[in-house]
Design a protein around this ligand. Structure first.
Ligand code: ADP
Length: 719
């Protein structure tokens, strides 16, 4: 509004200013004219003055002539001479003064001639008187000619006076007129200036008022805005409180339902283990299936409500990407095989082994996609392909199943939505899996899309941003890269420090089968003692394989002590055995005095390579035994440990409260289990155990429970 007014005001001010200027110019012109008119008035007066003076001088000369004729006074003659001398210049001045007025100039010339004639006549009579002809002199004065000349002279003077008076009257009137006009102009000018000043003051006041008005409005707006913000904040808080109440209600409810469901599933399992006839068994299996379906549903609802309440966080930590993809596929492989479908899992070579992200959630999405592919495909194949496209990791899950019509392809990502009404009766499901997967993909900064053709199959594409860890851990030497490797099949003396019985047996079998001599100890302290004893007995070790996590004393501390006791890397290399080969772990190994690390599960080739590269010397030729991959005893022991672990996870996932000690103990078991699971072909389970271990280590209490629940669920799903 203010801005609209501004130009108008300026135009008014400028117009007022121009008007004042015009008025001042007009006043100036008027006053100039007035001065000119007054000049003319003065000029007329001057003419009158010259005329009067010429008249007076002439009259005085006449008086002096007559005085001389009567008294013969020589003074009169002198005075006559003086008048004669004075009148001529006066007449000349008169002529100049009336030069601008032709008729008056004519009269002035005539007057000059008449006066000069009169003066000559005077001189003539004087001359007669001085010559003694008094009568002749008086006769000239009294002559008719002299009287006529005098009358003519007076007439000329009268006419000139009349003319000048007329001029004076007119010029005076004009000067008066101009003077009053000038006065009016001056007054007008003054009035205009006052009006202009008033206008400026008014405009200024109006602007100030408008500004004050705008300020008031602004203040009102700010107050209103603050009020709105406060209301919005309150509404947000209420919504958050409602959301919190909803998710805690759902969490509570799901917990309340899960506990009795645990009883249902547990006792059904017991019934199934017992003696049943066929129909009883079928019914009991139906109860167990329904129980598991209900558990999955509860988990999905819980996930969804958490995502919607904004409480679900995706982790940003290093995880084994390629491994997670393969493990998800392996986990679902039995279900695929059961349906007689072909199953391919291809991870492109450029897919990095490690990336930063949430491995658990990535697997959750993949397991859901593969699970759907299995569910909706009765013949043909299912494939999982992972590639790197620019800065994204793409994982495509394709099947040759029933497909989805185009119009429903967007809808299936909404919660509780399925492709059509016939899905639930025929295939079951709740329509939550893809909604959760989509939300998780979005939380990870990625996308989940589908392309499908009814009757030909579907292709789901998960794309997540590829973020690489700063240091990519790999089973590489940490020091002395130039060390000379042993020839193949050299038997060496190795100390293994490892507390987990299955891992102990596993490494022992692997190494002994290659002909090496092995001593195994349970903890770091025993390892330090064993190294000292072997040197004392002159049977020193060629290599130590040191687990990182052990009771009593861990691998890092044990290495430090061995190095402190004077066993240097040149005579006794120490190789770490790590389940989580993170950059920090590797750095800790290096600074403790280790030379390399091997990732668990141990790879045969890696193990051979490390021994050849690092073992100080070889004894006699090693004699590899052709034994089967693992002994029956070892496999049996592994099976027992596996069942124990799954039972423990299931129990803890259903427990009302999990103590910190239980979590620590589980984390320890998981860590140990990881080392061997893949060697026994349990990659899927190993991956689950790995991410559960990570979640237990980093997560808050709620996240731990969540991870336990999710892992128990996935393990149940794969069973
Ligand atoms: P649910 O499988 O429990 O119904 P989802 O959210 O995982 O829930 O899937 C939603 C719907 O999308 C499914 O009901 C199905 O109609 C459709 N769908 C998902 N995956 C496939 C697939 N691979 N082939 C055909 N239809 C699919």
């Amino acid at each position: 509004m203010l801005q609209d007014d501004r130009p108008k005001v300026s135009i008014a001010l400028i117009s007022g200013f121009i008007l004042i200027l015009c008025c001042a110019a007009f006043t100036f012109v008027l006053s100039h004219e007035q001065r000119v008119a007054e000049g003319w008035v003065r000029h007329t007066s001057d003419v009158e003055d010259h005329l009067s003076r010429a008249q007076v001088y002439t009259a005085r000369a006449e008086i002096q002539r007559r005085g001389f004729l009567l008294t013969r006074d020589p003074h009169a003659l002198q005075m006559l001479g003086a008048m004669r001398l004075a009148v001529v210049p006066e007449l000349d001045r008169l002529l100049i003064a009336v030069a601008d007025n032709r008729p008056q100039e004519g009269r002035a010339r005539a007057l000059r001639a008449a006066i000069l004639g009169k003066l000559d006549e005077m001189q003539g009579s004087i001359d007669l008187e001085t010559g003694g002809d008094h009568d002749g002199a008086v006769g000239i004065v009294a002559s008719a000619q002299s009287r006529a000349a005098t009358a003519h002279l007076l007439d000329l003077i009268d006419r000139m006076h009349a003319n000048e008076e007329d001029l004076l009257a007119r010029r005076q009137a004009r000067a008066d007129h101009l003077q009053s006009g000038g006065r009016y102009a001056l007054v007008l000018c003054a009035l205009l200036i006052v009006a202009f000043a008033l206008l400026v003051a008014h405009d200024r006041r109006r602007r100030l008022l408008a500004l004050a008005d705008a300020n008031l409005k602004l203040e009102a707006d700010i107050a209103e805005r603050k009020l709105l913000e406060r209301e919005l904040d309150q509404a947000r808080r209420r919504a958050e409180a409602l959301g919190d109440a909803k998710s805690s209600f759902l969490a509570q409810m799901s917990h309340e339902i899960r506990t009795p469901m645990n009883g249902v599933i547990g006792f059904t399992k017991l019934i199934l283990d017992g003696e049943l006839n066929d129909s009883q068994r079928r019914h009991a299996e139906l109860i167990a299936d329904s129980g598991r379906a209900m558990m999955r549903l509860l988990n999905d609802i819980l996930d969804l409500s958490k995502i919607e309440a904004g409480h679900l966080r995706v982790l940003s930590e290093p995880f084994e990407l390629a491994h997670a993809i393969r493990a998800s596929a392996k986990l679902m492989a039995p279900a695929v095989q059961q349906k007689g479908l072909r199953f391919d899992c291809i991870v492109a070579p450029d897919v990095p082994p490690m990336m930063i992200g949430d491995g658990l959630r990535l697997r959750q999405i993949l397991i859901n996609l593969i699970g759907n592919a299995v569910k909706f495909t009765s013949e043909g194949s299912i494939s999982v392909r992972a590639t790197v496209e620019g800065a994204m990791v793409h994982v495509e899950v394709a099947d040759t199943g029933i497909g989805i019509v185009l119009e429903r392809q967007a809808a299936i990502f909404q919660r509780f939505v399925q492709a059509d009404d016939g899905i639930t009766p025929k295939y079951g499901g709740t329509g939550l899996g893809l909604a959760i997967s989509m939300q998780l993909a979005t939380l990870m900064g990625g996308t989940l899309t589908v392309s499908s053709e009814p009757g030909r199959g579907s292709r789901f594409l998960l794309a997540v941003p590829l973020r690489l860890p700063e240091v990519a851990p790999e089973a590489a030497p940490l020091a002395e890269p130039g060390r000379i490797a042993l020839p193949e099949h050299r038997a060496v003396h190795i100390l293994v420090a490892e507390d987990h019985d299955v891992n102990q047996m596993l490494i022992r079998e692997l190494l002994e089968r290659r002909g090496h001599r092995i001593d195994v100890v349970d903890d770091g302290e025993a390892a330090v003692a064993a190294v000292a004893a072997s040197v004392a007995a002159h049977t020193p070790y060629d290599l130590v394989l040191m687990d990182m996590q052990m009771p009593v004393m861990d691998g890092i501390e044990a290495t430090r002590r061995i190095r402190a006791a004077g066993h240097d890397p040149a005579t006794l290399p120490i190789i770490a055995l790590t389940a989580n080969a993170y950059a920090d772990d590797i750095a800790a190994c290096l600074s403790a005095g280790m030379q390399a690390h091997l990732s668990k599960p141990l790879d045969d080739a890696d193990l051979d390579g490390a021994i050849r590269r690092w073992a100080r010397r070889g004894d006699a030729e090693a004699k590899p035994t052709g034994a089967a991959r693992f002994s029956a005893r070892l496999q049996e022991r592994y099976g027992e440990r596996r069942t124990e672990l799954i039972d423990l996870i299931t129990t803890l996932s259903l427990a009302e409260r999990v103590t910190d000690e239980e979590v620590t103990s589980l984390a320890h078991q998981l860590h140990k289990f990881l080392g061997s699971a893949e060697m026994f072909g349990d990659a899927g389970l190993a991956a689950e155990a790995r991410s559960l271990e990570a979640a237990l280590a980093t997560g808050a209490r709620a996240d731990r429970t969540e991870a336990l629940r999710r892992t128990a669920d996935i393990m149940a799903q794969s069973a």
